[in-house]
Design a protein around this ligand. Structure first.
Ligand code: GLY
Ligand code: MN
Length: 442
């Protein structure tokens, strides 16, 4: 004992020697989703073809600090995962053509004091940790200790051309990726049912966060977690596009907007929205707004097909919205003027985009150019969302009082096929009456 304090464990030779011995080998199988390694190899081949002769260095990244010495959950960078199937924090991949070498921080095993002293890499702290050879076998690529990367003088990072090329390539989902997205959507639909069942508890006092937590718990149990911050907006919160604060009550006579997506263990996410009457029955005015959004949504869905321009579904939906608002006397100008590039008055009630690519990121392929994204033709293998809405804020004095505080969004996830599109989330009803029946059933 020094100064009345016990010695550090690492300063006790008998203890450190004792900790070196007597350990068996835990199961260190790397957590690789079946099919991920093969898909990653194919992705690398596509990238090598698109950028011949380039050496690229990508990092998995690091969990952001939450506070002091605690961090948020780690989730690998999407480009890195797409090319490797590897989910190790601080990992780096070096690509030379289609050849890949992974550089990983080695875990600390018995015999190394870090085994029990290092909260980051010590197996006694983090749980069974696959070694470099385990990862090499699971992913089919050579794996080296991360320290060797410094000897090569390479730093992770993508230039603009490489980032854009990856975004363009990731727009086309292969069969394995489509399977992962189907899984994400199916689990999400189940999560919706779980949330609907909890509405009574939320109305009784637990509020929006009870429903947000219900979905997040579901997503964490049946996938990696929510693919983005879960949006639960009751009543006057529903028109707020990204209401993730969720600190309000769930009001029994108001609409409840749920925008939620499960991310699979392979990091592909769904992104689905439905707007329900918390009571189980739409009021006439709630139904009126829902019906217009539904018509816009159906027009958008019908415009998703190979060869159509990406923005076609946006325009198709907007036209329905503008005409509907004009019929209600809500446009200060003619429909033609509103729909023109110098008007857009209808967008006051719908300022956001009404669809985006979907994949490893909820807003997938964002680094692509307008020429390859908005201006491009849709093609088989693309997965995207269609999500029109109407958002009448409680303090928007341009709408009549009965519409104030009503927000409706309908969002589906679609796979573009050879002949049209498949609505992956189509098991959730669109029609207000069908939604009521679905609520009663689940
Ligand atoms: N559902 C979230 C978003 O698309 O922004
Ligand atoms: Mn979306």
């Amino acid at each position: 004992m020094r100064d009345g304090r016990p010695p550090k464990l690492s300063e006790i030779p008998a203890f450190t020697a004792y900790m070196d011995t007597g350990w068996g080998t835990p199961d260190r199988t790397p957590p690789v989703v079946p099919g991920a390694a093969r898909a990653a190899a194919e992705h690398r081949a596509r990238l090598a073809e698109a950028l011949p002769g380039r050496t690229l260095v990508l990092g998995a990244g690091e969990a952001p600090v939450r506070s002091n010495d605690t961090a948020y959950d780690f989730r690998p960078d999407s480009d890195f995962f797409w090319l490797t199937g590897c989910s190790v924090e601080n990992a780096v991949v070096v690509l030379r053509g289609a050849d890949a070498t992974l550089y990983l921080p080695p875990p600390a095993y018995p015999g190394d004091p870090a085994f029990w002293t290092d909260a980051r890499y010590g197996e006694l702290w983090v749980g069974a940790a696959p070694g470099l050879d385990d990862w090499a076998r699971a992913l089919g690529v050579p794996v080296r200790p991360l320290a060797e990367l410094a000897e090569l003088g390479l730093e992770p990072g993508l230039d603009e051309e490489a980032g854009r090329t990856l975004a363009d390539l990731r727009m086309y989902k292969d069969e394995w990726e489509v399977g992962q997205l189907r899984e994400a959507v199916d689990r999400t639909v189940e999560g919706f049912a779980a949330v609907i069942r909890e509405i009574p508890a939320a109305v009784a006092g637990a509020g929006e966060r009870w429903l947000q937590g219900t979905f997040d718990r579901y997503a964490r149990a049946y996938g990696n977690g929510p693919g983005y911050a879960t949006i639960v907006g009751s009543g006057r919160h529903a028109p707020t596009l990204h209401w993730v604060r969720c600190d309000g009550p769930v009001l029994p006579d108001e609409l409840l907007l749920l925008d939620m997506g499960v991310e699979t263990n392979s990091y592909y996410t769904a992104d689905v929205t439905r707007t329900f009457p918390a009571s189980g029955t739409f009021s006439p005015v709630q139904r009126q707004v829902h019906d217009l959004v539904e018509r816009a949504h159906r027009a958008g869905l019908a415009a998703v097909a190979p060869g159509r321009r990406f923005t076609d579904f946006h325009h198709a939906a907007m036209e329905v919205i503008a005409h509907g608002l004009a019929d209600w006397g809500l446009l200060p100008v003619s429909v033609d003027e509103a729909l023109s590039d110098t008007g857009q008055h209808h967008r006051r009630y719908l300022v956001c985009g009404i669809g985006h690519h979907l994949g490893l990121d909820v807003h997938d392929c964002a680094r692509s150019t307008p020429e390859a994204y908005q201006d491009a033709a849709m093609a088989p293998g693309m997965v995207l969302t269609v999500e029109p809405g109407l958002y009448f804020h409680a303090h928007d004095l341009t709408v009549p009082p009965e519409l104030r505080g009503i927000g409706v969004r309908i969002e589906d996830d679609l796979l573009v096929t050879e002949t049209g599109a498949e609505v992956l989330s189509g098991v959730l009803p669109l029609d207000a009456g069908e939604l009521e029946k679905w609520m009663a059933r689940v």
